[in-house]
Design a protein around this ligand. Structure first.
Ligand code: 3H9
Length: 706
């Protein structure tokens, strides 16, 4: 079957790209070859005066260059050539003697947008599925089929750098405002308007409007303004990436070089830089994450599971921060009825308000229309009784973290739920099997551990017990995915995966604190390592009381190595619970975090000292985590190292460019880790002693990723 098909009508060739058997269109070698052939044919055909270009995929225009091809690149020269080939093809498109108009609906990303930029004109649908962007930076590369040259020329350097360096995609309306898209239309009339534009351009090629707006013109128009734009962008990149990601700096270089030395030189620089980046360790790691995430999207969570049961109505017990977050996220993402229950109507009202805030936020960000907002809000309802639970396919409890309370809720739910429905607990500390002991149908009981804030955190841990039925697993996994979460299925063991490996890391941060290392020094070291926030800030965000409770649970399960330093309890006793209390390790004023609060020192009974080198902070914290991670993998807490790495990246922001803790462990080397842990253990205590798993890995020279 052909990749391209076309028909000519009244001088316009309407071309459709539809890669047979593929879920999305990507620009692969075959697509490139066929496009050359097609263009030659259209050029020869005197009956063709203009071209209108569409995708045959329902919600995808072109998802970019084929990422599968990057993995096979063996040398920087090959990679540079791949970029040059892409640039040559798009040169052909840009200099085609007849106008080419792109009719865009769905994702138009990376090489897909670069193709559209090479066209003479772009019409896009105003549909939410139409997302336009250059996400290459997220793969550790840069737009290398002319994107670093054409986008700034179209919309100005400032706006182009905003898009390229963030790697974020934009809605079509924003792309229209920026000047990337020339016309914004409802989906139903995309073909007509695109064809009409092609016909118009064939008669008169002058149509352009300049993008970038007034600030764009002022800044881009003169060399001094441009210098300022680049200087600011560089500063911002360095402050965000701490120099850990080479791609944004390379993209800056490619854009700047092109604007200073002309398109031809810019393209050359772009290709050279792509050559270096595509083979870099950082890019390889980020591409591995792309593939791992994609595999997880298709993984039912348990081998041979029946398809998930359909969830058309969710019930949530407990309308606190988590319960409300789950309710609001469900409404926004899945658009189904959600019933929220709590002990009294005051709490229910508060929870419904918080859930509604999540829907409101979508409206404020213009992700939904006012009409959709009204429709979604109507899905939310609440009660202080179990009314409405009789029709719930899934109930998620997010009540107080106490076994007896949770078991009581489970019993009450089972009185009213239909026989087929699934009961899930959002506990982070209680074994699911213990909760299920109160159930009459434990095969339908499971853990669904969301992270806070639910609307923003991308990970969900699903925790079956030995008694959980496979379909209960696939239902929980499928539902989590509908909420837009990346889902890992983990073992019902204390702390599950994320908190289990986070605990020794946080604990070690606390040990450093109580020896007088400054909180901001600890945070700065870990942010420089690549975490989005440091562990002490994280303690303040999570709540020092919550973190301490989680540590105590793990200490009860695993003993001494996870014992938190006793001094932390003094902070909790003082009501110093973190951001939510307006005071923690740091000061907070009007919701804004300030500096370290000196009041913590007398509470901890110490004076800050000169501290220790940041390399040592990093080593102690990360090695404590790696030791525990290896142990948990050996115990089967995660099904694969892939799940473990993705869980750590999406669960608490383990630096993606390091590939996750297990890939990082492979990079450090089990033998080196073993030796260093022994050294730390002798100096700092048995909590550092290498786990059996590390001993075994070091002995057999095993790797998590062979
Ligand atoms: C680039 O363009 C570089 C150029 O500047 C220059 C080069 C010289 N390649 O996510 P989904 C697959 S870099 C290969 O489940 P959704 C995906 O793996 C590229 N495969 O669907 C999956 O396969 P499978 C810049 C790709 O609706 C299937 O399509 N572009 C690619 O949730 C469905 O994907 C990007 O970084 C690709 N480029 O989301 C965009 N894209 O079914 C990356 C998708 O076998 N892609 N696949 O598992 C995305 O962000 C999302 O896939 C998209 C659709 C939003 C498009």
């Amino acid at each position: 079957m052909a990749i391209f098909r076309h028909e000519v009508k009244d001088g316009v060739a309407a071309v459709t790209l539809d890669t047979p058997g593929a879920p999305v269109n990507v620009i692969s070698r075959v697509v490139k070859d066929d496009l050359y052939e097609l263009l030659a044919e259209l050029e020869r055909d005197a009956g063709v005066k203009a071209v209108a270009f569409f995708s045959g995929k329902p919600d995808n225009f072109i998802a970019g260059a084929d990422i599968e091809e990057f993995v096979q690149l063996k040398s920087t020269a090959d990679a540079e050539q791949l970029s040059r080939d892409g640039q040559a093809l798009l040169d052909r498109v840009a200099s085609f003697p007849k106008p080419i108009v792109a009719g865009i609906h769905g994702a138009c990303l990376g090489g897909g947008l670069e193709f559209a930029l090479a066209c003479s004109y772009r019409v896009a649908t105003d549909h939410p599925k139409t997302q336009i962007g250059l996400p290459e930076i997220q793969l550790g590369i840069l737009p290398a089929a002319g994107g670093c040259q054409r986008l700034p020329r179209l919309i100005g350097a400032r706006a182009a750098l905003d898009m390229i360096l963030a790697g974020k995609s934009e809605r079509a309306a924003k792309a229209f405002r920026l000047g990337i898209v020339d016309e914004l239309v409802p989906r139903a009339i995309l073909p007509e308007i695109t064809i009409a534009a092609a016909r118009r351009l064939a008669q008169s090629p002058f149509h352009r409007r300049h993008g970038g707006g007034v600030p764009g013109l002022l800044l881009d128009g003169n060399p001094l303004g441009r210098l300022l734009v680049f200087r600011l962008a560089r500063r911002q990149v360095l402050s965000q990436t701490k120099g850990n990601y080479p791609a944004p700096l390379a993209a800056l270089d490619a854009v700047r070089h092109g604007l200073s030395h002309g398109m031809k030189e810019g393209l050359k620089r772009e290709a050279q830089l792509f050559g270096q980046l595509a083979l870099s360790d950082v890019s390889r790691k980020l591409v591995q994450i792309f593939f791992a995430t994609r595999e997880l999207k298709k993984d039912p969570g348990v081998a041979g599971a029946p398809p998930p049961a359909e969830v058309t109505r969710l019930a949530v017990v407990g309308s606190g921060f988590m319960g409300a977050g789950i309710a609001g996220t469900t409404v926004v993402q899945a658009g189904i009825d959600v019933r929220l229950k709590d002990a009294d109507l005051g709490r229910v009202a508060k929870g419904l308000g918080a859930a509604r805030d999540i829907v409101n936020d979508r409206l404020t960000r213009r992700r939904i229309t006012k009409f959709e907002h009204t429709r979604l809000v109507a899905f939310l309802s609440g009660s202080d009784r179990y009314t409405g639970f009789g029709r719930a396919d899934l109930v998620i409890e997010a009540v107080f973290e106490e076994l007896a309370v949770k078991q009581q809720v489970l019993r009450e739910c089972e009185e009213v739920l239909p026989p087929s429905s699934v009961f899930a607990s959002n506990t982070s500390t209680i074994p699911i099997a213990r909760i299920a002991e109160a159930s009459r149908r434990p095969e339908q009981v499971i853990g669904m551990h969301f992270f806070s804030p639910v609307a923003r955190m991308p990970l969900l841990e699903v925790i079956p017990t030995a008694a959980t039925a496979p379909q209960t697993v696939s239902t929980a996994v499928g539902f989590g995915r509908r909420l837009g979460k990346t889902v890992i299925v983990v073992k019902d063991a204390p702390g599950f995966w994320v908190n289990r490996i986070l605990a020794p890391y946080m604990n070690e941060a606390a040990h450093l604190l109580v020896t007088g290392v400054r909180p901001d020094d600890i945070d700065a070291a870990m942010v420089q390592f690549g975490f989005p926030v440091g562990p002490i800030t994280l303690l303040d965000e999570v709540g020092i009381d919550v973190a301490l409770h989680a540590c105590e649970v793990l200490q009860a399960a695993f003993g001494e190595r996870l014992t938190p330093p006793p001094a932390l309890a003094a902070l909790v006793k003082d009501g110093r619970l973190g951001r939510k209390a307006g005071k923690g390790f740091y000061t907070y004023s009007n919701g804004k975090k300030g500096g370290v609060d000196p009041a913590i020192y007398p509470l901890l009974g110490l004076q800050p000292n000169g501290g220790i080198p940041s390399a040592e902070i990093v080593q102690r914290l990360t090695y404590a985590m790696l030791n525990e991670a290896a142990r948990a993998v050996a115990e089967g807490v995660v099904r694969t190292p892939r799940d473990g790495d993705i869980g750590a990246i999406y669960g608490f922001g383990f630096p993606p460019f390091r590939g996750g803790p297990l890939r990082y462990l492979d990079d450090v080397g089990a033998d080196r880790l073993y030796a260093e842990l022994q050294r730390l253990g002798e100096r700092l205590g048995p909590r550092f002693m290498p786990s059996e798993a590390i001993v075994e890995h070091a002995r057999s020279r095993a790797r998590f990723y062979p």
